[in-house]
Design a binder for this molecule. Structure first.
Ligand code: FES
Length: 113
């Protein structure tokens, strides 16, 4: 059985206000890649970081939910380079880190159960 199954809503990347338009897929990739780097292959095989369709929480997106506990995450912020920009601002980098840390800490605590 999976120890940790995280679903991040990546719905509708082309519709404003939907999670997909708020860099949710980038966030999912980042969490997935970090888990692969961070854990041994055995442990990583107990984790899934999947895309989800709309979780019915669009106004609070990016939304995510983690099983088996059914722990929800709302208002996750994740920034990507805007067109023409060469770097993220310090605030954006800090927000990205905060979001990554929230999800990675939750994965970690789930693995310890
Ligand atoms: S689009 Fe993400 S919860 Fe609806």
């Amino acid at each position: 059985m999976m120890k940790c199954h995280l679903f991040i809503c990546t719905n509708s990347p082309n519709k404003p206000n939907k999670c997909g338009s708020k860099n949710a897929e980038l966030l999912r990739q980042k969490i997935k890649d970090t888990c692969k780097e961070k854990y041994s292959a055995d442990v990583a095989s107990e984790i899934r970081i999947n895309s989800a369709g709309c979780l019915g929480q669009c106004e609070r997106g990016i939304a995510a939910v983690m099983y088996p506990e059914g722990q929800w995450f709302y208002d996750l912020k994740y920034f990507a380079l805007a067109a023409g920009a060469t770097a993220l601002s310090e605030n954006e980098i800090a927000e990205n880190k905060k979001t990554e840390n929230v999800l990675l800490a939750a994965v970690d605590s789930m693995l310890k159960k």
